[in-house]
Design a protein around this ligand. Sequence first.
Ligand SMILES: [Zn+2]
Length: 286
Amino acid sequence: MNNSYKYSLDRTSKKFVCPNCHKKTFVKFIDKETKHYLNDIDGRCDRESKCGYFKKPSNNICITNNNNSITTVIQPTYHSKDIAVKYCDTLQQSSFISYLLSTFSVKSVIQAIKTYNIGITNYWQGATIFWQIDTKKKIRGGKIMLYNCNTGKRVKQPYNHVSWMHKQLKLDNFVLQQCLFGLHQINNISKDDTICIVESEKTAVIMSIVIPNFLWLATGSKTGFKKEMLQPIKEYKVIAYPDKTEYKSWNEKAILLNKEGFTIQCSSLLESLDLKEGCDLVDFLL
Ligand SMILES: [Zn+2]
């Protein structure tokens, strides 16, 4: 049975400024009876792959049954705190940790698991959970990825093995608001410390073992290198290490952000080396 609700996405072509990417591509929720827009934050951005903002009204009441596809929303924006404990990785379980143990000491791997709260799930056998925990220690999401335990490379065949814990837990109305992976650790450093930013969670974890005197954070994606994500580290000295061939894009962004008070130095190290496209610091070092 399909239900219909009090508010639905506006079906006219009217677009507003997106609260996330600030482009005029935002479709608001509308009260179907009064034809008034609900507010400025509930709605969906049309830039699905570049932005992906989609916030449903929390008070959407079911009124009739018909073929409308909007669903009701309860808003568990954060996972409960005990979930990270429940899915905590123990040694020799996730294939990512097996790979780390083949390369680094047990002590340093255990330290990394604790520091980043690395988890395990059998969503796919031996898959890893990278929790995104914000500065207030609230869990914004858990990214699930599968690695090959021998090579440490991501499993991308027969499909790219990436998902989220809220999908595994079937939390249909979970509003995912990502933060930098590792962000919770800024509570442990001082304003004089240097923060290093990479794209992949795996690289942040490995670099924290190889060069532990810096705080290593990950954007999780190329497009994650943006103001909304970097805002919490505005007051810190930041060195960004874009993947090979991403330097130009990240550097342009860093220049813009520095004009707004950020202190981000973008490293062209990988760009200057003879590496394959998309290679990162770990490919270079190991
Ligand atoms: Zn947007």
